[in-house]
Design a protein around this ligand. Structure first.
Ligand code: 5GP
Ligand code: ZN
Length: 108
C-alpha cells in the first residue's frame, strides 16, 4: 500500500521513534509546530477516523493513553499539551493513515 505512515511502520522511511509495541508506533513530526510534536499511529492501516469501527475502540483508546504516557515521559504532562486527530479535508488531514498529534512544550 502506498502510505507514508505504513512505510514508517515498516522502517522503509526513517523516523525518530519514541515508542513502539505490537499495536502502536510514536515518532517525531518532521515539521514540528511545538517543541514537542509527536504523532501516535496504529500499526493497522485506518485511513480516517470515519473508517474506525467498534473493533478499533481499544486501539484508539490505547493511542490516547500512549499520548498521556509520552507527555509524562517528555516532561510536559503538568505544563500541558494538546492531542488532535484531523479528519478529511476540512479537518486539515494530509496523511490518510490516522494519527494522534501530541503537541506541547509551549503555550498553544
Ligand atoms: P495531518 O495534517 O495529516 O493531520 O498531519 C500530518 C503530519 O505528518 C504533519 O504534521 C506533517 O508534518 C507530518 N509528516 C508528513 N510527512 C512526514 C514524514 O515523512 N515524516 C514524519 N515524521 N512526519 C511527516
Ligand atoms: Zn498506512
Amino acid at each position: 500500500m502506498d502510505c507514508l505512515f505504513c512505510k514508517i511502520i515498516n522502517k522503509e522511511i526513517p523516523a525518530t521513534i519514541h515508542f513502539e509495541d505490537d499495536d502502536i508506533i510514536a515518532f517525531e513530526d518532521i515539521n514540528p509546530n511545538a517543541p514537542v510534536h509527536l504523532l501516535i499511529i496504529p500499526k493497522k492501516h485506518i485511513s480516517t477516523l470515519n473508517d474506525a469501527t467498534d473493533e478499533d475502540t481499544l486501539l484508539i483508546g490505547k493511542m490516547v493513553r500512549t499520548a498521556s504516557q509520552l507527555a509524562e515521559k517528555l516532561g510536559i504532562a503538568q505544563s500541558g499539551y494538546k492531542t488532535i486527530f484531523n479528519c478529511n479535508k476540512d479537518g486539515g488531514q494530509v496523511i490518510y493513515h490516522i494519527h494522534l498529534h501530541l503537541l506541547g512544550g509551549k503555550k498553544l
